[in-house]
Design a protein around this ligand. Structure first.
Ligand code: OGA
Ligand code: NI
Length: 336
C-alpha cells in the first residue's frame, strides 16, 4: 500500500517494523570513517596504469570511485535535481506509481521487498528499466515534467561509461577488450533512484542492509552532501566519503562469476541519519536474459578450476529476489 512510503510523511519516532534486533544493528560507532575506497582518474593518459589500478581495486575492494569519467557535470546535477523534485511530489501523485510487486518494470516502492521481508528498511525508491529507452521511457513518471528527458540523457551517458569500464576490466583480466560487453549480450539497464528520508533512530535500522548487487556492474551517483554508503573490507565496515563530481563503481555478482572469483562482488549497505535526507541514483548494467553466464573459459584451467557453474540471468535474478536481501551471498548457490 502506498501508505507504506516513508517520504510522504514526517516521522518523529521509528515505527516498530523498522527496528532491527540487537545483533543486526549497524553499530555506527564501529565504522571506519576515513579509510575510503580506491580512486581512479580516467583522464590519466597512461591507460596501462588505469587498467592496473582498476584491476587492483576490483580484487581488493570490488569498489572504486572514478574521476574525470566523461559524464557532463550538468547532466549529473540535472538528474540529482529532478530526483529530488520527484520525491517532493504529493502523496496522491506518488500513490499512482506505487507497487510492491518486484516483477513490475516501473515502480515506486519502499524498503526492499515489503511483501517478503520481516523488518523494513528506511528507503523509498523508484525503479526504472532504461534500455532500450524508446521502449521504456513512455512508462516512466510524467511528473515532474523534465523527468523523462533528464533521466534519458543521464542513462545514455552512464551506459557509455559502463562499456568503457567493461573494456578496462576485461583488459585487467587478460581478456579481449570487448570480451565482457560481448559475452553479456544485449545488456539490460535498470535504475534505482533511492531516497532515504531523515530517520529518527538511525542506529536501529538501515537504508539498505548488507547486500551484494546481482547484476554485472553498478554505477552509483551519490549525494555530495550526505554520506551513507559503507563497504565491507576485511570484516569491517568502511564509509565511502562522497567526492565532488565522482561516481562510485562496484562489481556485481555476474563479474565475480565471470572472473572465476578473482574479482569480488562485495557486501555493501546504506545507513541513514537523523540530520538530512539522502539521495542516490544507482544504475545497473545487467546481462541479457538469454546468454550463458559463469566463469570466462580463458580463466579456467587445471590450477584454477571453475568455481561457479553456468546458468542464465533469468535463473539468477529469480533466485536473488526470492531471498532476503541480507542472506548469504547469492553466488554461493551457483558453485560447482
Ligand atoms: C543499491 C545500493 C547504495 C546507496 O541501490 O544497490 O547499494 O548508497 N545503494 O544508495
Ligand atoms: Ni547495492
Amino acid at each position: 500500500m502506498a501508505e507504506q512510503l516513508i517520504s510522504t510523511a514526517v516521522h518523529h519516532t521509528l515505527p516498530e517494523s523498522y527496528v532491527r534486533s540487537e545483533a543486526e544493528r549497524p553499530r555506527l560507532d564501529e565504522v571506519v570513517p576515513d579509510a575510503d575506497i580506491p580512486v581512479v582518474d580516467l583522464a590519466n593518459p597512461d591507460r596501462a596504469a588505469v587498467v592496473a589500478q582498476i584491476g587492483a581495486a576490483c580484487s581488493s575492494h570490488g569498489f572504486f570511485q572514478v574521476l574525470n569519467h566523461g559524464l557532463p557535470l550538468e547532466v549529473m546535477l540535472a538528474a540529482m535535481a529532478v530526483a529530488h523534485e520527484f520525491f517532493r511530489l504529493s502523496p496522491e501523485e506518488k500513490a499512482k506509481l506505487y507497487s510492491d510487486d518486484p516483477a513490475k518494470k516501473m515502480r515506486l516502492s519502499t524498503s526492499f521487498n515489503v511483501r517478503k521481508e520481516t523488518v523494513h528498511n528506511w528507503r523509498d525508491y523508484l525503479r526504472l528499466h532504461c534500455h532500450p529507452l524508446e521502449q521504456f521511457v513512455p512508462e516512466w513518471p510524467a511528473n515532474p515534467p523534465p523527468f523523462r528527458d533528464v533521466m534519458s540523457t543521464y542513462c545514455k551517458e552512464v551506459r557509455q561509461l559502463g562499456f568503457r569500464l567493461y573494456a578496462m576490466i576485461s583488459a585487467s583480466l587478460g581478456l579481449e577488450q570487448d570480451y565482457i560487453k560481448k559475452v553479456l549480450g544485449e545488456q539490460e539497464q535498470h535504475m534505482a533512484v533511492n531516497f532515504y528520508p531523515k530517520c529518527p533512530s538511525p542506529e536501529l535500522t538501515y537504508g539498505l542492509p548488507a547486500h551484494t548487487d546481482p547484476n554485472a556492474l553498478t554505477i552509483l551517483m551519490m549525494d555530495e552532501q550526505v554520506a551513507g554508503l559503507q563497504v565491507l573490507k576485511e570484516g569491517r565496515w568502511i564509509a565511502v566519503n562522497p567526492r565532488p563530481n565522482a561516481l562510485v563503481i562496484n562489481l556485481g555478482d555476474q563479474l565475480q562469476a565471470l572472473s572465476n572469483g578473482r574479482y569480488k562482488s562485495v557486501w555493501h549497505r546504506a545507513v541513514v541519519n537523523s540530520d538530512r535526507p539522502r539521495m542516490s541514483i544507482a544504475s545497473f548494467l545487467c546481462p541479457c536474459n538469454c546468454v550463458k553466464l559463469g566463469p570466462a573459459e580463458k580463466l579456467i584451467g587445471e590450477k584454477s578450476p571453475a568455481v561457479y557453474r553456468n546458468y542464465t540471468y533469468d535463473e539468477y535474478y529469480k533466485k536473488f529476489w526470492s531471498r532476503n536481501l541480507d542472506q548469504e551471498h547469492c553466488l554461493e548457490l551457483f558453485r560447482t
